[in-house]
Design a binder for this molecule. Structure first.
Ligand code: ZN
Length: 299
């Protein structure tokens, strides 16, 4: 009887998730420091991935910014146990050994997804900036590389002097797909309305990335990249500048693009998340995703 119950449970889990635990793509989310409310946004990232049914998600939290140096000795995630690392981290430099391991992980075929303020991190870490292509703040300026943007459908790498990183007041804005043939963007509406968020602008860096989508900035008048991809060694990187707060992430557009990004970063293909959900935002309506999501209590 017990055995039958176990079998039924296993069957139910399989039917719910579509995949057994062993077949799921292993994803590691990093957090622990951020000038954003990472304790509120990490659960949303977890939920966005887990509701796809094809990911097994683990979270690794760094010591906080005031922790003694020794605390960092205990933080050394084994990146190679995962197919994809997602960073929700913006803070102090990681220990050198962790940085080296992370570089090897991506070079050897690991996937990396950089979310919102994670592109503010590590202005002096060369490999990290090559991976994300462009970043903001942290003293970034023309020495970090050109400002990457689109204007009248043309790509610009603007080398004129100036600081890197900016945004206007938070608002809902249109995201415009620039490459509809990439596995992450295939079949999506060319223009879709994203929930209230910061629209990052003037990002600078080595800028060797492919732009998948942009949004028109009210502060620069340029179409600023918000979804970028690149190959790094044998690995694949996705840089998504969206996701300032939980309310910015809690919509189908952000959820679905994160799910596809994780699948593509893991394998270079999109299969489990190939079908575009019927409630993907149009250019007018933003459906809010709450299903299965338990918000963290706000203080
Ligand atoms: Zn922000």
């Amino acid at each position: 009887m017990k055995r039958r119950l176990l079998l039924l449970c296993a069957l139910a889990a399989f039917l719910t998730s579509g995949l057994s635990a062993a077949d799921k793509i292993k994803v590691l989310i990093l957090d622990g420091q951020n000038n954003h409310k990472w304790k509120e946004t990490t659960p949303v990232l977890v939920n966005a991935l887990e509701t796809a049914g094809c990911f097994a998600v683990t979270v690794s939290t760094t010591p906080d910014s005031k922790a003694p140096k020794e605390a960092w000795n205990d933080w050394h995630p084994k990146f190679s146990d995962y197919a994809v690392v997602v960073s929700n981290y913006n803070g102090l430099d990681w220990p050198e050994a962790v940085q080296k391991d992370f570089e090897s992980f991506v070079k050897n075929g690991g996937g990396f997804i950089c979310i919102h303020a994670a592109d503010n991190s590590f202005p002096n870490w060369k490999a990290y900036n090559e991976m994300i292509g462009v970043g903001g703040w942290g003293g970034r300026n023309e020495k970090s590389g050109p400002w990457l943007y689109v204007k009248d459908g043309k790509l610009f790498r603007d080398e004129s002097p100036g600081s890197g990183g900016g945004h206007g007041k938070q608002h809902e804005f249109i995201v415009e797909i620039r490459n509809p043939d990439h596995p992450i963007t295939k079949g999506l509406p060319t223009k879709w309305l994203h929930a209230k968020d910061e629209l990052y602008s003037k990002l600078r860096g080595p800028a060797e990335v492919e732009i998948l989508s942009t949004s028109l900035s009210d502060t620069t008048g340029k179409d600023e990249p918000n979804l970028m991809v690149r190959n790094y060694g044998k690995g694949r990187v996705v840089h998504n500048t969206l996701g300032h707060a939980d309310y910015s992430m809690l919509e189908r557009g952000f959820y679905f693009i994160l799910q596809r990004s994780a699948e593509w970063a893991a394998s270079g293909a999109v299969k489990a998340t190939a079908e575009v959900p019927k409630d993907f935002p149009t250019d007018k309506v933003v459906p809010i995703v709450l299903e299965g999501y338990a918000p963290v209590k706000k203080p």
